[in-house]
Design a protein around this ligand. Structure first.
Ligand code: SF4
Ligand code: SF4
Length: 287
């Protein structure tokens, strides 16, 4: 379906009728900072929250609550008669809905799916409520901190892919005629996120999705500390790599971590893996 690209001054029926429609049968992705914030709001550890309220390797909220009149199950964090039980900590996807956000050439663009405004289908009453500009809507939803977290994790995703590149291109692995690494990147790119998580040792998977960090309310400190902890662990791993086989395995894990994060932030993991394979090939890698 074609997206409608929006401009900050576009005026749309963005005042929510609060029917809870989009808290049913929807799909909400989570990055690690958002998962931590939600866990904190529910007074659970990140691990407990992941088990109880998420699926797809902790990257998607579980919609296992009571169904509404259309038979769609609610988000597990939705309370009948009250609404969202974690409203101040709700993730970016919920704050933006019915809008989406995409970064192109370093600039954020907002859009909605299709040519008709999405809320009109199930909440036509929004036409009787005040219209808002995209800019005012985003301010009202306090998206900025959550956008910062998303952008921080986009950067971490790219860093993980870069480390995978270095392992392949600067270690002698590519020069050895290796073709298995790019084959493994291709396979990882076409896996769903649950399969992908099984390709990563649990210790690394948990370090990516539920790091044991201070519960920073400010996302950039959290993402920075998260990145530093991962970098420390990657440094230790790099120092222990003594054979081409171990380098190949490490390059695969780093790519899998990057792609897992791509799923968590709603990026096109398959498209990214193909793009990265082409770049590696242009630097002489084979496969
Ligand atoms: S579909 Fe739109 S109007 Fe209806 S509850 Fe969701 S955001 Fe509000
Ligand atoms: S987190 Fe809150 S706003 Fe988001 S889908 Fe769940 S109940 Fe709705």
């Amino acid at each position: 379906m074609q997206n409608t690209i929006l401009h900050s001054g576009d005026s749309l029926p963005l005042t929510c009728s609060r029917s809870g429609t989009c808290c049913h049968g929807n799909r909400v992705r989570l990055n690690p900072w958002e998962l931590m914030r939600l866990a904190q709001a529910k007074e659970l550890s990140s691990e407990e929250f992941r088990k109880k309220h998420t699926c797809e390797a902790g990257t998607v909220l579980l919609f296992n609550g009571l169904p509404n009149h259309t038979g769609k199950s609610s988000c597990g964090l939705y309370e009948v008669g009250k609404g969202c039980s974690v409203h101040p900590a709700r993730p970016l996807a919920c704050r933006l809905f019915p809008l989406g956000r995409e970064i192109q050439n370093g600039t954020a663009h907002y859009m909605h799916e299709g040519s008709d405004f999405p809320c009109l289908k199930e909440c036509p009453e929004v036409l009787n409520l005040p219209k808002l500009t995209v800019e005012d809507y985003l301010l009202g939803q306090e998206t900025q901190l959550f956008e910062n977290a998303q952008d921080g994790y986009l950067e971490l995703m790219q860093n993980l892919a870069d480390i995978s590149f270095e392992l392949l291109l600067d270690s002698g692995l590519s020069e050895s005629g290796d073709t298995e690494t790019l084959t493994s990147w291709r396979k990882l790119g076409s896996m769903d996120v649950t399969q992908l998580s099984k390709e990563i040792p649990t210790e690394w998977f948990d370090l990516l999705m539920i790091p044991e960090l201070e519960q920073h309310a400010e996302p950039m400190s959290f993402v920075q500390e998260h990145t530093e902890i991962l970098n420390g662990k990657i440094q230790e791993l790099s120092e222990s790599l003594s054979t081409l086989n171990s380098i190949r395995e490490a390059a695969k894990w780093m790519m899998a971590l990057g792609l897992l994060l791509a799923h968590a932030i709603g990026a096109d993991a398959k498209g990214l893996s193909e793009h990265w394979i082409e770049i590696a090939k242009s630097h002489g890698a084979q496969g």
